[in-house]
Design a protein around this ligand. Structure first.
Ligand SMILES: *[C@@H]1O[C@H](CO)[C@@H](O)[C@H](O)[C@H]1NC(C)=O
Length: 123
């Protein structure tokens, strides 16, 4: 009696683990993580805290590679959320510089970098 219920518990646990893997797997395929986004855009931070001037080459390269890495809507929304929360944690960001930054780099980012951006509307 005790033995068979133990086997039952193991079977149920097994099924649950498999179900979890099936449910979780598609989400873990998102190509973009916040760590990637933040390190990619790190060269932009000193520029965004300054009064303007020339955009550092490393910053444009970062925006370009971020834009080509985030091709799908979920990836773009993830990147958007990461940018928003990272920028919100840095004081002294000049958002008028930030929103014009992709244009200055010749990149057509599908959203503007701003503190009030609605990432759920990013396509
Ligand atoms: C942001 O940058 C723009 C363009 O260089 C500048 O005119 C503006 O004064 C800056 N704003 C702040 C708050 O530093």
């Amino acid at each position: 009696m005790a033995r068979s219920s133990e086997i039952m518990v193991k079977k149920v646990a097994c099924v649950m683990v498999v179900m979890c893997m099936v449910v979780v797997a598609p989400h873990s395929e998102a190509a973009i993580t916040c760590g990637t986004v933040v390190s990619t855009l790190a060269p932009c931070i000193s520029y965004l805290k300054s009064g303007g001037g020339a955009v550092p080459a490393g910053c444009c390269n970062g925006i370009r590679s971020l834009n080509s890495a985030a091709k799908t809507t979920p990836d773009r929304q993830t990147a958007c959320k990461c940018i928003k929360s990272a920028a919100g944690g840095i004081s002294g960001i000049n958002y008028s510089l930030a929103s014009s930054l992709p244009g200055k780099c010749g990149v057509n980012l599908p959203y503007k970098i701003s503190p009030s951006i609605d990432c759920s509307k990013v396509q």
